[in-house]
Design a protein around this ligand. Sequence first.
Ligand SMILES: *Cc1c(COP(=O)(O)O)cnc(C)c1O
Length: 226
Amino acid sequence: MTDLQNSMANRIDQIRSTLPDRVRLIAVSKTVGSERIREAYRAGIRDFGESRIPESLQKQEELKDLTDITWHLIGHLQSNKAKKAIANFPWIHSVDSLKLAQQLNELAENLETKPKICLQVKIVPDPQKFGWSVPELLNDLPVLDRCDRLDIQGLMCIPPLGLNSEQTYEVFQQTAELADKIKQQDWSNLQMHHLSMGMSADYPLAIQAGATLIRLGTTLFGQRNP
Ligand SMILES: *Cc1c(COP(=O)(O)O)cnc(C)c1O
């Protein structure tokens, strides 16, 4: 084993040893080649997160012998790629509008699948990001609840850039509170089991606030080459 492989496996072990049982580690492998994904797999990772569909489909093809990988889509999804997304990702964290949710619901019906999805929410206004504001989301819940081909699992959030740790924690905390509030309403389809939040720079805060799905890239794979 090379030093590089060794150190990735060590980082993975080290991080996993600190995670509470409820937290599922998703290795964000965007821009990372198949060989390094294989190394992470050998170190025990089974969940991988990708942002771009064409890049990911190529890697999924190269890695199709690893049949127990779960692929998670975490990047903004354009409607012309929605069908490919549904067909190739059992999890979509980045469902960020009612229109997209309804489109996915229709596609899932035709393809006879039931993808697990998270609703991406913006707790504080952030023009750089997609997602529902809190009032918009609350307003759309009745329609989302009727999207019964979607297995709505919870909320996803990405705090705006430039917040200090207290403010970041606050965003995670408010996301958790919003999920609780939704859970207390009596929906028939909508579930709030999961909170997809926390990246390399802030995941300990996210876990403290109740994250169940953390999405780590650079801390596992090193800096990305754009
Ligand atoms: C790239 C990305 C991550 C991983 O970011 P790191 O800072 O490298 O851990 C997590 N979530 C989303 C939505 C991303 O686009």
